[in-house]
Design a protein around this ligand. Sequence first.
Ligand code: NAD
Length: 294
Amino acid sequence: MEIIDGKEVAQALKKQIAAQVATMVGAGERAPHLVAILVGDDGASQTYVDHKEKMSAEVGFRSTVLRLSGDTSQAELLDLIAKLNRDTEVDGFIVQLPLPRHIDEQKVIEAIDPSKDVDGFHPENVGRMVMGLPSFVSATPDGILQLLKYYNIPTAGKHCVVIGRSNIVGRPIANLLSQKGWDCTVTMCHSRTRNLADVVRSGDIVIAALGRAEFVTADMIKPGAVVIDVGITRVPAPETKSGFRLKGDVKFDEVAPLCSYITPVPGGVGPMTIISLMRNTLLAKRLFGFFDRE
Ligand code: NAD
């Protein structure tokens, strides 16, 4: 059994990105520029945006965080997005979700120019991804693919069972792994799936993305399976400083001994997502950034 070390993979990819940025800048090009829009003062969102800003600096990007008050109107936000769409010095931007209730998230996502949509949430990017065309793949599914690639985990012809059908994790990863190059036979499970345990037990690769702490137990896992745990749930832990502990969707201690590979929580998929955002921003600069050069 091997524990997939997401921190190690993230570190390795981060170094690659930083080296490519250094080469780019050394050749006289401007560095990729990532902008994050944060609306309101949601604590978790602030932390995510801070991490993105810090990581951007570490790989040599220019980064800008636009902090807007929680009562910003939808029209104001859409105006700002239109401005960023036109700004030739911005390669990619993200609008940190969730947004305050009075703003329609889907409208906001669809207002972003797909060529700058480094979160990969715009329907054009999702559609292109589903068709196997070049696109910005959203962070969590891309992070999972990078982990499988780094560890050279064979996927062709394997039965991959994905638990969860959300637009940000389950659905895209199920689609991607069914595509040429990955070549899995994929089953996507959800809250209405019958005999879930039996289905999961038939998986050579199990991707748990349902958001229920320690839901996947040893009796649901085929010996030798690869288990990717996407779930992050805070469970109360009064003995810790923060008062909570992060749990995955997999009961790690009993499942791990059965697996060929498994991701821990934290330290598995989590560290990869921010790297995927950096990968997409670098790609955005590469693909579209040359238009603004003299
Ligand atoms: P979601 O709530 O949008 O979707 C959960 C999915 O699981 C749904 O499609 C639902 O049908 C399915 N589901 C729920 N209960 C089920 C059950 N009992 N049996 C089978 N299927 C069931 O969640 P999400 O946004 O996809 O996130 C899933 C988990 O992954 C959460 O814990 C979230 O915090 C975590 N997450 C982690 C990262 C990361 O960076 N590691 C990124 C995104 C999400």
